[in-house]
Every structure is written in structure tokens, then in C-alpha cells.
Design a protein around this ligand. Sequence first.
Ligand SMILES: Cc1ncc(COP(=O)(O)O)c(C=O)c1O
Length: 397
Amino acid sequence: MKLAARASRIVPSPTLSITATAKSMKAQGIDVIDFASGEPDFDTPEPVKAAAEAAIRAGFTKYTASSGIDELRSAIADKLKAELGLAYPKSQILVSCGAKHTLYNLAQALLEAGDEVIIPAPFWVSYRDQVLLNDATPVLLETKEADGYAISRAMLESCVTPRTKAIIVNSPGNPTGATYDRPTLEVIADFALRRDLIIISDEIYEKILYDGVTHISIATLGPEVAARTVIVNGVSKAYAMTGWRIGYAAGPKDLLTAMADIQSQSTSNPTSISQKAAVAALRMGETFPQQMVTEFDRRRRLMVERLNKMPGVSCRMPTGAFYAFPNVSGLLTRRHPAGPIDSPAALAAYLLKEAQVAVVPGEPFGSTHHIRLSYATGMEAIARGLERMEAALKKLT
Ligand SMILES: Cc1ncc(COP(=O)(O)O)c(C=O)c1O
């Protein structure tokens, strides 16, 4: 069969496929420790579940408005006004089936062949493939671990061409856990204004911050910046609701209208029940995410400290999200009996086989020096997994 060329431009999401492998090993009775999956291990909060149950009982199980129910769009508008001081009318808010779907609608509405999108690397795996799926070209802006993955004006200028259409900003970021400070966001905003670019601000980890760092949305840097920024967010990470599939966008009217039209011809509305659940989440206040962050913070310290004690491994302390992104360059000249550890992918395969520890190699994030470990898993599993990892690394020659 001759498939569309776009299908061969992309790979299946590597994070999802490693998580699936770990799950199937577990199902076979193998005691795998999963540091690969990108979701909080916390249960969805009770008030959210109760709202979903009530929705089912009330028969709220039919099609809804394609762009999302008014109640949810109002809750999102209220949140954006209260937390960012930005007022978006309902027509500029679109609810979709997860932030990944939001980003896909955005790519569909914005991009065409020849367009370029600047993606700071390391980057979340789907940015690149979604750009490719929409016939456009990802342009990677290489950032440096030693600089805390910061972005400078010179770096931005070196990536721009007359075809550049948009830039992705992901702070707090996956996989690095890095956050951009205000001066960095100001440089990006000024660059986008001068080059007439759309800013795609993925703020899905906004609530997961440590060490007193506060979230700054680039859209808050002035009305002219907000006018060209699409805020992408959702309830997956902040409310432990990854399976419910609710994400949203707020941004310029023309773009949001096009995204809504595309959604109306593809998925239609996100699940009615999940929408009611998301209203409850957004109206819950800060207690739940704060409790999660307090726990993630303990795990973050334990994981980073342990990783830094392993020979050949060095790990920055992340200031956001729930990932450690250790540099493993020091291991990439080693061997195990079945072959060399010459890449993060080889190391990840070795750790899964030898230690039954699932990690994601850096390559799909745009790094040949790192692996990603999620600490959104229990303290006990972290301690046991890192012990096994250390023992496996000691066997390398
Ligand atoms: C940076 C980033 N953006 C977006 C998403 C997608 O989130 P959702 O579950 O809402 O689709 C993820 C999920 O891993 C992510 O890490």
C-alpha cells in the first residue's frame, strides 16, 4: 500500500512506546521500575472524580459544543484572568483532547510546506514530529546544559530565516526541567515581535516548580506579545488527569477560530464527562498541585543526589516539571558483555535488560548525551530503581 509521505516522516512517540514496553514487562510478572512515563503517580483528586460521576448520572454523555462547554471555557477564562491578568473572550479559548491535541490543531491551522518553526533543543518529542506531520520544517535551536539551557538573542538570530513562522517556548520544560527567567522571555518576545513570529507557549508544567521559582507566561509581557502568543495548557499534569484528555489553548482570534474549525471536522468535542471533571479541577484551588509539588520536591532531591554519585553521570537540579535529565557522556565509552554502550539508546536498552529500569534515551529529545528519568513515582521505587541502576553501571567495563 502506498501511504501518504507524511506518515513516513515521523516515528511513534518514543516515550509512549517505552512506557508500553515497561507495562508489558510488568504484565509478564517482571519487576520493572518505570522512570519513563511522563505522568504523576498521584490519583485524580476526589472532587474531580465526583464531578465526572455526577455528569454520568445526570446523563451528560452526549455531544457538546465542539470547542468545549461554556462552563469549562469560563473556568479557563477565569483562571487566565486571575493568574496571568489576561482577558480572553470565549471565542479565543478552545478545549481539546489533551494539550498534545491542542498543539496538533495549532500546527494544522498555522503551518504549511516551507514554513519553519524554531524549537529549542532538547525538546519534548512531539514538537518536531507534529511540525513534520504538517509539512513544515523544524529548526532546532541548540541550547547548552552548562548555561542551564538558556536562550540568547544571538542564538535566536542564528536560527531565523524569512520562512520562520513560529517559535515554541516550553517553560518549565520537558525533558530538561529548566525554566526561563523573565529576561530570557523578554529576549524571545522581542525577537518574535521584530521577526513577526507566532509564539507557541506550552505551559503544561506551570504548577510544577521548585526552589521558589514562579511561573511567568510570555503572554504577560505586554499586549503586543499576547496578541501573537498561543498559550497551551491542560489539566493532565497539574491535576493528575493524564487519562482524561483535556487540554486547551487561548490566543489570537483568527488562529483560535481556525483551530476550532479544524477540531469541528476531526474529533468534535473532547469527552463530555472529562470536561465536567476539568471544571471541577480548575475550580479546586492550589492545594492539590501544591501537595504534589511538595512530594515531587523530595523525590527530585533524592533522585538528583543519587544520580550525581554514580560514576560517569552528572545531573543538574531541575527547577520545574518532574524529570531528571542526567548527562551520561561519561558512560558512553564503556562496554557490557553483549556490546558497547555507545549512545543513550544503548544505555537505556542495557538498563531495561540488566536492571529492569525503564528510562527514556535522550535521542528523541534531541540529545546524544542524556537520558530522562521521571521522578513522578514513589520514593521507594526511586531508591530501589537507582540502586539497581548503579549496580548495573558498575558492571560496565
Ligand atoms: C511539554 C509537554 N507538552 C504537552 C504534553 C501533552 O500533555 P497532554 O497529556 O495534555 O496531552 C506533554 C505530555 O507529556 C508534555 O510533556
